[in-house]
Write a protein that binds this ligand. Structure first.
Ligand SMILES: [Zn+2]
Length: 104
């Protein structure tokens, strides 16, 4: 699962960077977001979302939700039908919460 976390953190970093944050700012936000149990995570997410456009906001929300699912042990399970999401799909879209058939 560490590999999945790393992929999600990288995706978060990319979204933050594409939203115009500097590399250092994006890193620090990504690090905060990944410590979601400490109260700082929520603030970091809100601050970051405030700086991003709608499309990047949506992506960041999905990535953060996926990180929470990872923490909760639900990662990789489709939120609609409960089936396991296949690994190739997770490789491609680490933040996805639905299996291929539910996404269509
Ligand atoms: Zn499904």
């Amino acid at each position: 699962m560490d590999q999945r976390r790393e992929a999600l953190e990288n995706a978060l970093l990319r979204a933050a960077r594409s939203g115009g944050l500097t590399r250092d700012a994006a890193r620090s936000v990504a690090a905060d977001v990944c410590r979601l149990d400490s109260g700082g995570g929520e603030m970091a997410v809100k601050e970051m979302l405030g700086r991003l456009g709608a499309r990047d906001q949506e992506r960041v929300r999905r990535i953060v939700a996926a990180l929470r699912r990872l923490d909760g042990g639900q990662y990789g399970t489709c939120e609609r039908c409960g089936a396991a999401i296949d690994a190739a799909r997770l490789d491609l879209m680490p933040e996805t919460t639905t299996c291929r058939s539910c996404a269509d």
